[in-house]
Design a protein around this ligand. Structure first.
Ligand SMILES: [Zn+2]
Ligand SMILES: [Zn+2]
Length: 339
């Protein structure tokens, strides 16, 4: 099959012929049709995550059609339209048993340390497949695998957004625009913060109650103005760089909760323990999504309650254009490559 192979970190994707994967009895072979390009891909490619293994076929937001199934696979057949959950887990450890798949100590990820979707085919255990109804285009479905389902996990399981919860989203890019929709669906009052005017307009079209352009000054001041000087119940960080972190922390209301979804691997954050104590702040991480959450998210999208926000679809041969758009921070939603 044809694939784009990352042969050295920081290097180009090399298009070449590689063997088509052969499947085990519990696995399926998927003909890849569409793959989302994620901010994490830029970090994996540059080896800033410490998780990549080369040579590697990257791409972790994968949608396609089942080509072939192993003899033990039930419930899937050739031709089924599917998304591939990118977390490969053991299914037996204490975290897998309680449905916290992404904490599995044996975890490997498509596009990180196991071959992913920038190729004609990918193989995966059938337990990682989620069916896509015929009315949802695969160019939209692919981004559920991370951008949309990660938002679902963050808003419902880690941020605990409920009717009336005040929420600030720091960065409304590929993931943040979906977190916004999830937070509105959960009943939150949502402030979008970004440095891109077009993204802020899109956030407002998608239901944001307020939008703050972080280029105009420290955004925590604007957030406090909007909340009677109180701050918000929940802040979700999708950026977490040295410019956002101090304001992020100061945007919290007493008993507020800070949820990290995105991060810059090299960027530390300083906190004062006495502030945590006096305000009973909570600081938590939110890691991707479980297999079940991918199915839940698919139901929300199939029912028209969440809209996958895809900016542009590029042919696989023009993948660098998708990476350039990400590096330059000018995408409105996710970019996708068609395979
Ligand atoms: Zn991702
Ligand atoms: Zn496990």
């Amino acid at each position: 099959m044809q694939a784009l192979v990352l042969e050295k970190f920081g290097g180009p994707f090399v298009q070449k012929e590689v063997p088509t994967p052969t499947i085990a009895p519990h696995e399926a072979l998927v003909r890849v049709r569409a793959v989302g390009v994620c901010g994490t891909d830029v970090k994996i490619r540059a080896n800033r995550m410490g998780l990549g293994v080369i040579p590697l076929i990257m791409g972790h937001e994968i949608a396609g059609e089942v080509e072939e199934v192993g003899e033990h696979v039930r419930g899937f057949a050739p031709g089924d339209r599917v998304i591939v959950n990118f977390y490969l887990t053991c299914g037996r450890c204490q975290f897998c048993r309680v449905g916290r798949d992404t904490l599995c100590p044996h975890v490997r990820q498509h596009g990180f340390s196991v071959d992913g979707g920038f190729a004609e085919y990918v193989k995966t255990p059938s337990v990682n497949l989620c069916k896509v109804p015929s009315h949802v285009p695969l160019e939209h479905a692919c981004i559920l695998g991370d951008a949309v389902a990660t938002s679902y996990h963050a808003i419902t399981k880690r941020a605990h957004v409920r009717p009336g919860t005040t929420v600030a989203l720091i960065g409304v890019g590929g993931v943040g625009l979906h977190a916004l929709q999830m937070a509105k669906l959960a009943g939150g009052w949502v402030i979008a913060v970004d440095v891109n005017e077009q993204r802020l307009h899109m956030a407002q079209r998608l239901g944001a109650d307020a939008a703050i352009d972080a280029r105009t000054g420290p955004f925590h001041e604007a957030i406090r103005k909007l909340t009677d000087g109180q701050g918000v119940d929940v802040v979700l960080e999708f950026v977490a760089n040295q410019r956002t972190l101090p304001s992020t922390y100061q945007s919290l209301r007493r008993a507020g909760r800070l949820v990290f979804v995105g991060y810059v691997p090299e960027q530390p954050m300083s906190i004062m323990p006495h502030e945590l104590v006096r305000n009973e702040f909570e600081i938590v991480g939110s890691r991707a999504n479980t297999k079940q959450e991918l199915h839940d998210t698919m139901d929300l999208v199939a029912g028209g309650r969440i809209k996958p926000i895809v900016d542009q679809v590029f042919p696989l041969a023009e993948i660098e254009r998708a990476f350039d758009a990400l590096r330059e921070g000018r995408s409105l939603g996710r970019n996708v490559v068609a395979v």
